[in-house]
Design a protein around this ligand. Structure first.
Ligand code: DX5
Ligand code: ZN
Length: 218
């Protein structure tokens, strides 16, 4: 099966983000940009001004993962800033449908992210309003954490719901995905793969992407 590789720059060199994205440009499909506000998660990364400049500078489309409070207020602005995909968390949003529609109205894909303890069932009827579901396989906030096998049944369930909805949603996984775990997530139905430390922890991030893709598509 063909997969989409969306490496995360969270563990790359933040003093040279343009260069770091350039290192994976020929080997990845999108670049995953983790926006953290220090409130929804206990870590702080970057925000709108940086995303706006990266959207202009990046050869890969930006997949923004918003780990922020009040995404209702902020998510549409990330689409306006040039992100081609904007994902917000179910645990943080007040009006998921309005927020998804506002993202789509600005020409970006809308994603719904679920923390490990958040069930997918309450969102089953809303999936048509989204372009992607992101199933977190770690607690969000930091790269380099171990993959949570306990999330695999929910990943399978989400794949079933997506297939039943007849939609074209992408199913993304984020957290602890590397050569040891990618086969498990693809087998469970993921088609869009975030990998942070597995890519930027490598001396050759492009080679790491190619190895991951080969393992995921095996
Ligand atoms: C963490 C971020 C991830 C992070 C994953 O909350 O959402 O995108 O970069 O890093 P790894 O792949 O190292 O778990
Ligand atoms: Zn992420």
């Amino acid at each position: 099966m063909t997969i989409r590789l969306t490496p995360s720059i969270l563990n790359s060199d933040f003093s040279d983000l343009r260069g770091e994205i350039g290192r994976i440009a020929d080997a990845a499909d999108w670049v995953h940009v983790d926006v953290m506000d220090g409130h929804f998660v206990p870590n702080l990364t970057l925000g709108l001004p940086v995303v706006e400049r990266l959207a202009q500078a990046s050869p890969l489309p930006l997949d923004c993962h918003l780990m922020i409070e009040a995404p209702d207020r902020w998510a549409p602005a990330y689409a306006e800033a040039g992100a081609r995909s904007v994902t917000f968390h179910a645990e943080a949003v007040s009006a998921p449908l309005r927020t998804a529609r506002e993202i789509r109205a600005r020409g970006a894909r809308a994603g719904l992210a679920l923390n490990p303890a958040t069930p997918v069932e309450p969102y089953a009827e809303l999936l048509a309003e989204f372009d992607m579901v992101l199933v977190m396989t770690i607690e969000p906030g930091f790269g380099g954490q171990p993959f949570l096998d306990s999330v695999l049944p929910k990943l399978r369930r989400t794949r079933e719901l997506i297939d039943a909805s007849g939609g074209e949603l992408w199913l993304q996984v984020d957290g602890g995905v590397g050569l040891q775990t990618i086969e498990r997530v693809v087998e469970a139905g993921a088609d869009t793969i975030v990998a942070g430390s597995a890519v930027y922890g490598s001396a050759d991030p492009a080679a790491a992407c190619r190895e991951l893709r080969a393992a995921g598509e095996a």
